[in-house]
Design a protein around this ligand. Structure first.
Ligand SMILES: Cc1c(C)c2c(c(C)c1O)CC[C@@](C)(CCC[C@H](C)CCC[C@H](C)CCCC(C)C)O2
Length: 231
């Protein structure tokens, strides 16, 4: 073990707790009931099968997020919930994750929700405040006016992460298959796997079943409104 490694790991731990303390809007209560509307709308799913590298593959569909109904903080909470669940899996600890963001129907109302402080939090979880290896970020259907938002996040990202971000535009059905096996991708994304609706419904069910675990996590980490459990 090298001193540099120990330093890196303790920074990660410190940053993880800092995120939980500084941003209770996202982290105070990880029970999925507060964001069940997003989940029921099939905003998010995790593919049943891993990719060839053993990474978990997560899909987010921005078009399923109604910005009048849910804030960006609540949308962020969905990612945190999934992250807390998959970080328990040893294969994910070892092989990390890849995320596909479908930005179809990204509009001005979404862009307005992403302020510089949130942009910083997004880059911070990708970089050094959550113990998951981010092995790839794939943006598809990104419209022109997503660029100013990405320009807010980008400067905070280290080169290592920047290099793992891929923009596919609208011809993603071809190019996603260069990164993921066809057999695991839903047909909506150019694959032959289960449909995106099935993927989202299965993962929603899993999140809902994990409600108790997520609640206990909120208590143990004591971020905000919920009383710390001192038993
Ligand atoms: C541990 C972990 C977390 C917690 C996480 C993500 C990943 C890959 C993680 O490993 C990705 C999504 C994110 C950063 C939450 C994002 C929530 C916002 C409100 C979504 C809006 C849409 C973004 C403007 C789209 C672009 C984002 C990429 C450049 C990451 O949460």
């Amino acid at each position: 073990m090298f001193i540099a490694d120990i330093q890196m790991h303790s920074d990660l731990l410190i940053n993880y707790h800092k995120l939980r303390q500084e941003c209770p809007e996202i982290t105070a209560d990880l029970r999925p009931s507060s964001i069940s509307g997003l989940l029921q709308n099939n905003y998010h799913g995790v593919l049943r099968s891993r990719d060839d590298a053993g990474s978990r593959v997560l899909i987010y569909r921005i078009g399923q997020w109604n910005p009048k109904e849910f804030t960006a903080y609540e949308v962020f909470r969905v990612s945190l919930i999934t992250s807390e669940l998959i970080v328990q899996e040893w294969e994910t600890q070892r092989n990390g994750l890849k995320a596909i963001f479908d930005l179809q129907d990204w509009c001005f109302a979404h862009a307005l929700q992403i302020n510089p402080s949130l942009a910083k939090k997004i880059s911070s979880v990708l970089t050094d405040s959550f113990p998951l290896k981010v092995r790839g970020i794939h943006l598809i259907n990104e419209p022109i006016f997503f660029r100013p938002v990405f320009a807010m996040i980008r400067p905070f990202l280290p080169d290592k992460i920047k290099q793992r971000i891929h923009m596919h535009g609208s011809s993603y059905a071809q190019s996603l298959c260069d990164y993921f096996p066809k057999a695991i991708l839903p047909p909506e994304y150019g694959g032959t796997g289960p449909s995106i609706d099935e993927v989202c419904q299965d993962w929603t069910e899993y999140i809902m079943q994990s409600e108790d675990y997520l609640y206990r996590l909120s208590l143990d980490l004591g971020g905000g409104d919920i009383e710390s459990s001192k038993s």
